[in-house]
Design a protein around this ligand. Structure first.
Ligand code: PT1
Length: 276
């Protein structure tokens, strides 16, 4: 499978690593926007050196408890960074947003893929994505980040998330998005208990069987923290193990903080998977 990305194409016949670039303000630093841009560019260069195939730029935190941000604030965070990365590299860039305005401006600034944790259900988002003609990642989330972990509930989490993604991909195709432009994501940690997340991961092959490339994002998430009772800084080994397992189960895009370790794990697992 190939995802067209501007001048380039992202070849998904082998799994690829997506490096996370958060451009949400860090309450512990007050570097200002200029230093933030420098820091972001440095981080992108490092991830590219470590073998990232695509960089995901996000200006809205969607971790549990996070508050919504305004369109103006999100544009302000994300657009200058996309422009700056694009000025020095033709790396495939995705924009992690649910807002139509941000999608439009981000693609104008050089983004190649829309990564939407709300699966284009936001106001104007589906129409914007249709008109922009770029690939989209549709993710499942129950509720909204601020409250999604309060009481996640399903009768059958696998069946419900599968049905949601099947319905959303169908709606996108009917609205005019090309079938070859769709990526699906079960949305680990988004309105899911530990047991829900474990079950979804165990059944990842059912998501792969829907016929679209599957993105998996579990890097440093609380499903690891809760199961192992360890803080964020100690979740590298488990994150890398899950990346390898995701590849084994057929995932195409692995979204991570720790690019180098993940690239090594992904390559080894893929080599074993394909050995003849
Ligand atoms: C993801 C993802 C994302 N995750 C896609 N985009 C985040 N396509 C942002 C926790 O439980 O998995 N797929 N964009 C980050 N969101 C979270 C959610 C971070 C849960 C942490 C947790 O710790």
């Amino acid at each position: 499978m190939k995802l067209p990305c501007g001048n380039r194409t992202l070849d998904l016949s082998q799994p690829v690593v997506m490096g996370i670039l958060n451009v949400t303000p860090d309450s512990f630093s007050d570097g200002g926007r200029f230093r933030q841009k420098d820091t972001a560019l440095e981080h992108v260069r490092q991830m590219l050196n470590e073998g990232a195939d695509i960089i995901d730029v996000g200006g809205e935190s969607t971790r549990p408890g996070a508050e919504a941000v305004s369109v103006a604030e999100e544009l302000d965070r994300v657009i200058p960074i996309i422009e700056a990365v694009r000025a020095e590299s033709d790396v495939p860039l995705s924009v992690d947003t649910s807002k139509a305005e941000v999608m439009v401006e981000a693609v104008k600034a050089g983004a190649n893929l829309i990564n939407d944790v709300r699966a284009l259900r936001g106001k104007g988002a589906l129409q914007a994505a249709v008109e922009l003609k770029v690939p989209v990642c549709l993710m499942h989330m129950q509720g909204e980040p601020r409250v999604m972990q309060q009481a996640p509930a399903y009768e059958d989490v696998v069946a419900e998330v599968l049905e949601f993604l099947r319905a959303r991909s169908q709606a996108c195709i009917e609205a005019g998005i090309a079938e070859q432009h769709i990526v699906l994501d079960p949305g680990f940690g988004f309105g899911k208990s530990l047991q829900h997340n474990l079950r979804l991961f165990q059944q990842l092959e059912q998501f792969v069987a829907l016929g679209f490339p599957v993105l998996v994002g579990v890097s440093r998430k609380s499903m690891i923290g809760t199961l192992l009772d360890i803080p964020l800084e100690e979740r590298l080994a488990a994150s890398v193990a899950l990346a390898g397992l995701a590849v084994w189960l057929g995932a195409s895009i692995i979204r991570v903080h720790d690019v180098q370790a993940t690239v090594h794990a992904v390559r080894m697992c893929q080599a074993i998977k394909q050995a003849s």
